[in-house]
Design a protein around this ligand. Structure first.
Ligand code: SF4
Length: 217
C-alpha cells in the first residue's frame, strides 16, 4: 500500500495551492484517494521537477491509483476536464451574450433566446449590460412558472463567455478546455479558452459546442 508521506516527498513542496488544494499534503492525500491527478500540480511543468513527476506517476500507476472522477456529457458522452458551477450566491453560471435583436433590453429583464448551435430555447435574467453585450443568469423556464413577468424574445444569441467556479482539474490561463456547465439543460460539454483564473474562479471565452482536441500537458 502506497503511503501518503511517500507521495508528499515527491511533490515540489511549494505549498502554493496552484493545484487547487491548500498545500502539498492535502494534494498528496487527494492523489492517494484518486480525487486528483499529478498534472494538477502546475509546478511540475518546470523542467527541474521532471524526474520527480515521472517517479510519482510511475508509483501511482504501479499502485493502480488513477483518478476516477470524470465529467461526461449526457448527449455526446464527451469527457470534460471539469464542471463549472455558479459564482458564490448566484443561481447559474454567468453567460455573456452577443444579442442581435434591436429590441430595448434593460437590467433585470427576462429574455428568451436560442444560443447559436444549441437546439434548446433558454430563458435568462439580464444581470449586466456592457458595451452592447449582455451578462445573464439562465433561469429555466421552470423558475419563471407562475410569475407574471414579461419575457422579451430576442431570437438567436451567441454565447461568448462563461464565468463560474471550477470543480476538477485546475487549468492554466490560455488553455483550451472542455467543460460541463452545471446548469446546462442538455448536459452538453462545451469548449473554450481560459482567460482569467483566480483560485478556482474562471472566465472562459470563445465558447463553442464543438469539442476541440487540445494538447495535454
Ligand atoms: S501545486 Fe504542487 S507545489 Fe503547489 S501546493 Fe499543489 S502540490 Fe504543492
Amino acid at each position: 500500500m502506497i503511503k501518503e508521506e511517500t507521495l508528499l516527498m515527491l511533490l515540489p513542496g511549494f505549498n502554493c495551492g496552484a493545484c487547487g488544494y491548500v498545500n502539498c499534503a492535502t494534494f498528496a492525500s487527494a492523489l492517494k484517494e484518486k480525487r486528483a491527478t499529478p498534472e494538477q500540480c502546475t509546478v511540475f511543468r518546470q523542467e527541474r521537477f521532471k524526474e520527480q513527476f515521472t517517479k510519482l506517476t510511475g508509483m501511482l500507476n504501479l499502485a493502480g491509483i488513477q483518478a476516477t472522477e470524470t465529467y461526461t456529457g449526457l448527449i455526446d458522452k464527451a469527457k470534460a476536464d471539469f464542471l463549472l458551477h455558479p459564482l458564490p450566491g448566484e443561481p447559474s453560471c454567468r453567460e455573456t451574450l452577443a444579442c442581435f435583436s434591436a429590441k430595448k433590453i434593460s437590467k433585470d429583464d427576462v429574455i428568451r433566446y436560442r444560443p447559436l448551435g444549441c437546439p434548446i430555447t433558454h430563458f435568462a435574467r439580464v444581470v449586466e449590460l456592457d458595451n452592447g453585450l449582455l451578462d445573464v443568469w439562465v433561469t429555466g423556464p421552470g423558475k419563471l412558472l407562475g410569475r407574471e413577468e414579461m419575457v422579451i424574445d430576442v431570437g438567436i444569441c451567441m454565447v461568448l463567455s462563461f464565468r463560474g467556479v471550477i470543480e476538477g482539474m485546475r487549468p492554466y490561463v490560455g488553455q483550451t478546455v472542455k467543460f460541463l456547465p452545471a446548469h446546462c439543460m442538455m448536459g452538453k460539454v462545451h469548449s473554450g479558452v481560459i482567460v482569467s483564473l483566480e483560485d478556482q474562479t474562471t472566465r472562459i471565452d470563445c465558447i463553442d459546442l464543438k469539442i476541440w482536441e487540445h494538447t495535454k500537458v
